[in-house]
Design a protein around this ligand. Structure first.
Ligand code: DHE
Length: 515
């Protein structure tokens, strides 16, 4: 049982010199994940700029009790109340020098492999469109799978703690992989070789590929920037400082590409704004949106600049954490930081148009949509409640909530599959995977392929005939299922395989996959 501890009197009363040494405790218990510099590794940066509103008692409470939906463990069993208070006080102190990460710093880390020789055609016989990458976070590698035979064509080392979906070039040849500490790696699938890497930020969230494949946006927590890299050689095209309309800086919660709008769309963590950045100087739909907003007299929605990387600011009621696009990229469906409601922001008119009753911290970044009885519906899991919400994307009403055996993290389907696969990531049923009928919205089967082990995240083969499921453990596996009969076909040993990404499904924005 979690021991909840009250720290207020202790934090107020304990003089810094009288108690345990927070610096030493940090070095012993925290630095392996958060880095000695406190600038982040597997865990986020632990400095006031990154911690934002989490202060004092709340900070000590997280150290003691851990954090839902993250890998942050509870230290209440290992550290005393005084030791926790001391380490909380230490990480609440500003760094002696503000961390900066300039264009010159980024460029200095750029490492293009001198032994890389691009192949003229794929060096393997497998279908290059049916390649599936498996990110193995257990030992920081990626396995390159032939999506037909499931042979491992290559297994290469990645930067430490890869997070989020790798992003493919539009032709499916290159892939870009990001780590939580801001490294971006470029890999050539045809040549089965790394092209190079660069540290684009100090603590990063995710990456997005531009509609034309020329630019890669890196969303950073630290510093408060969006780094735009040239995909050709990983050089810096632009670093955009994220400053809200009121002058305050902000972290970027997430960036995604809106290919139809020829733009990147960013949710900001600390200011109530959504930004849109043009990835084409002539970005037509982008400018239509701009004009429409202008006609409505919404000055907030005016673009600040023109041309490539011009930025548009859309004001929203509260900061948005993560979001999901409607298939035509006209609306984004986001969740607030508290995770108790959803909002629909229309990108044409540049404002919120609907609110959704979505309590229990919806994980909208994992949302997927499909057609049901002639209407498009979307589904999202919730990180704090064992249920999926299914929403009608025309009326924005909740069609139903599907009770699950615990809160889940990821959802996947494929246009050729009648089912949605939903993991039960948290709680005693973490070893289960629900398979849900897209028409009846009923669970048709609950798989339990490795009792006691976490089972999560699904990816389909190009044609949707097989579903690949992770056994999310250091001695884990990718299990290949027949997506129609739901029978196991084979099991590939893998080291904590987190996400899996099929080239075709990703570059064609297959409707059962998120972003
Ligand atoms: Fe993720 C994707 C945010 C914790 C594994 N996660 C994403 C994306 C965002 C996000 C914004 C979409 C990026 C993209 O694909 O472009 N994740 C967050 C959080 O805010 C959260 C809750 C807290 C945090 O620590 O950042 C969080 N995520 C985790 C984990 O603890 C997971 C389970 C393990 C890990 O590796 O850190 C995890 N997140 C993933 C994975 C994806 C992901 C595997 C890609 C899923 C996909 O299919 O695309």
């Amino acid at each position: 049982m979690i021991r909840h501890i009250v720290f207020s009197s202790l934090l107020a009363a304990t003089p810094a010199f009288a108690g345990p040494d927070g610096t030493a405790i940090f070095a012993d218990h925290c630095s392996s994940c958060h880095a000695e510099t406190r600038l982040g590794g597997t865990g986020p940066a632990l400095i006031p700029e990154a911690l934002g509103r989490i202060k004092g008692e709340a900070l000590a409470g997280i150290i003691a009790n851990g954090r839902v939906a993250t890998q942050m463990p509870a230290f209440a069993g290992d550290l005393t109340v005084e030791e926790i208070a001391a380490v909380a006080a230490y990480i609440a102190e500003p760094l002696p020098e503000a961390p900066s990460w300039t264009t010159a710093d980024i460029e200095a880390t750029r490492d293009l492999k001198t032994n890389y020789i691009p192949a003229e055609k794929p060096v393997f016989a497998a279908d290059p469109m049916n390649i599936t990458l498996v990110v193995e976070t257990g030992d920081h590698h990626v396995s390159v799978l032939d999506g037909d035979t499931f042979d491992v064509l290559d297994r290469f080392a990645t930067p430490f703690a890869v997070h989020g979906g790798p992003k493919f070039s539009p032709d499916g040849r290159f892939v870009f992989i990001m780590s939580r500490d801001g490294w971006v790696q470029k890999y050539d699938i045809w040549s089965l070789a790394e092209v190079g890497r660069v540290r684009a930020g100090l603590n990063s969230r995710n990456i997005a590929m531009s509609h034309d494949g020329n630019w890669l946006a890196v969303a950073n927590y630290l510093p408060n920037t969006l780094t735009i890299l040239s995909t050709a050689d990983l050089s810096v095209a632009k670093v955009i400082d994220i400053i809200g309309r009121d002058g305050g800086p902000s972290r970027v919660s997430a960036v995604y590409q809106a290919p139809d709008r020829k733009s990147f769309v960013l949710a900001l963590k600390d200011v109530p704004e959504v930004w849109e950045v043009a990835t084409d100087p002539e970005a037509g739909p982008y400018h239509e949106g701009f004009v429409h907003s202008f006609e409505k007299g919404m000055e907030e929605s005016l673009a600040a600049e023109e041309g490539l990387f011009a930025r548009r600011r859309i004001m929203v009621e509260a900061p948005i954490d993560d979001f999901f696009f409607s298939p035509n990229y006209q609306n984004l469906i986001g969740t607030n930081r508290e995770g108790d409601k959803g909002v629909v922001v229309n990108l044409i008119v540049g404002r919120e148009i609907a609110e959704l009753p979505l309590p229990g911290m919806p994980h909208l970044g994992s949302g997927i949509s499909w057609m049901r009885d002639g209407r498009r519906v979307m589904a999202t899991p919730h990180l704090r409640e064992g249920m999926l919400s299914v929403i009608d994307m025309q009326s924005w009403n909740v069609v139903t909530t599907i009770p699950t055996n615990g809160p889940g993290f990821f959802l996947r389907s494929h246009e050729n599959s009648p089912y949605v696969w939903a993991d039960v990531f948290f709680g005693p049923h973490k070893d289960e995977m629900h398979v849900i009928d897209k028409k009846t919205l009923k669970i048709v089967k609950t798989l339990n392929p490795s009792p006691g082990k976490t089972v999560a995240h699904v990816e389909f083969t190009r044609d949707g005939s097989k579903a690949l499921v992770s056994v999310w453990e250091d001695d884990g596996a990718v299990i290949v299922y027949d997506a129609a009969t739901l029978e196991e076909i084979t099991r590939l040993p893998m080291k904590k395989p987190s996400g899996k990404y099929n080239v075709w499904n990703k570059i064609h924005f297959e409707e059962g996959t998120s972003h």
